[in-house]
Design a protein around this ligand. Structure first.
Ligand SMILES: *Cc1c(COP(=O)(O)O)cnc(C)c1O
Length: 357
């Protein structure tokens, strides 16, 4: 039996995508081989990368003068690639709104002056600092943000308007809501949250910004090189890019990002409304900044949290354990989580509350 998987990442994928991958696994595009076995220089595979790129461009309305590349090493590798490609004056601003934002900031410090201009750790990252009143450095090479904070369940309701290029880690929300790519210098996202299996990371970067990586930048981390080679400078994560292509095709068939965003808002509202109307469950994020992808919540005590996790698992609702930094529960309700999954969770929560109040 397939369960409802609320894991934060790797996470649930659309069933029709898994079925399609299964159906063509032994004979991909008439090659008589699986997509894991053909050369990345094969025409059939080249088409996969080109289609995946075209779908990213179409679904996010990416301007012509932006590179769209598929790279390896996860979002964490990009924490280093960002300064190595962009830090020409040796200085960048970081807004620290969670654990990954902090890691990005710490990695930035290896390469130059990484200035923490905003920090919401005083209230365990339950809010996003006011982006209009931050002290942006006039000589920063870029401003880095984490647009959706996977562990703490917050998201930016509006983005900074700053002079320096805005660099955004969108790992846990890319393709979940409409964004104006032209407002960003760089957008990057590890695939395993909302897009594909682990192994591939998408980087969308304004080309004029990426022409002069630092001298010490490893070739593999030079976005310019990856762009010039159409993400095929070396062997790419073939299977993950192929799966990303299938997920993007499925998203397009469902009406694209605007359509899925409506579904996402609806799913999140079901869950938050239920939590807010209950005296048993609590979500402590400031409502204005609540993520529609990751929803942390707790029961009245840690013992009941543990019981909730054990019993929900038996009910076919899995991976609801919160991140170790937060405790409690976390429901990740990415694009691929059907409305029925969220309804099943809410029903379970009702029942658990009645039995344990
Ligand atoms: C998961 C996650 C990361 C880390 O991704 P890796 O691919 O494991 O390196 C970074 N940023 C955010 C926002 C994430 O959700």
């Amino acid at each position: 039996m397939r369960v409802y998987n609320f894991a934060a990442g790797p996470s649930t994928l659309p069933i029709e995508v898994l079925e399609k991958a299964q159906a063509e696994f032994l004979d991909f595009a008439g090659t008589g081989m699986s997509v894991c076995e053909i050369s990345h220089r094969d025409k059939a595979y080249d088409a996969v990368v080109k289609q995946a790129e075209a779908l990213v461009r179409e679904l996010l309305n990416v301007p012509e003068d932006y590179a769209v590349i598929f790279v390896q090493g996860g979002a964490s590798q990009q924490f280093a690639a960002i300064p190595l490609n962009l830090m020409h004056n040796g200085k960048a601003d970081y807004i620290v709104t969670g654990n990954f934002a902090k890691k990005a900031w710490q990695e930035g410090q290896i390469y130059g002056e990484a200035v923490k201009i905003g920090d919401s750790s005083d209230k365990t990252y339950t809010y996003i600092p006011n982006v209009d009143t931050l002290n942006y450095s006039p000589d920063a090479d870029y401003v880095h943000i984490t647009s959706n904070n996977t562990i703490f369940g917050t998201r930016y309701d509006k983005f900074p308007t700053c002079k320096a290029p805005l660099v955004a880690d969108m790992s846990s929300e890319i393709f979940s809501r409409e964004i104006d790519v032209s407002k960003f210098g760089v957008i990057y996202a590890g695939a395993q949250k909302n897009l594909a299996p682990a192994g591939v990371t998408i980087v969308i970067a304004k080309r004029e910004l990426i022409q002069n990586p630092l001298k010490i930048c490893p070739t593999m981390l030079k976005w310019k090189i990856q762009d010039e080679n159409g993400s095929l400078y070396n062997t790419p994560p073939c299977f993950s890019i192929y799966m990303a292509k299938l997920v993007l095709e499925s998203l397009k068939a469902k009406g694209g990002v605007a359509a899925i965003n409506q579904v996402n808002e609806y799913k999140a509202k079901l869950l938050y409304d239920f939590i807010d109307n209950s005296s048993f469950y609590t979500n402590s994020v400031v409502p204005q900044f609540r993520s529609i992808m990751n929803v942390p919540f707790v029961t009245p005590n840690a013992e009941l949290d543990a019981k909730f996790i054990a019993e929900s698992k038996k009910a076919g609702l899995v991976s609801l354990k919160g991140h170790r930094l937060v405790g409690g529960m976390r429901a990740s309700i990415y694009n691929a989580m059907p409305v029925e999954g969220v309804k099943a969770l809410v029903e379970f929560m009702k029942k658990f509350e009645m039995e344990n109040k």
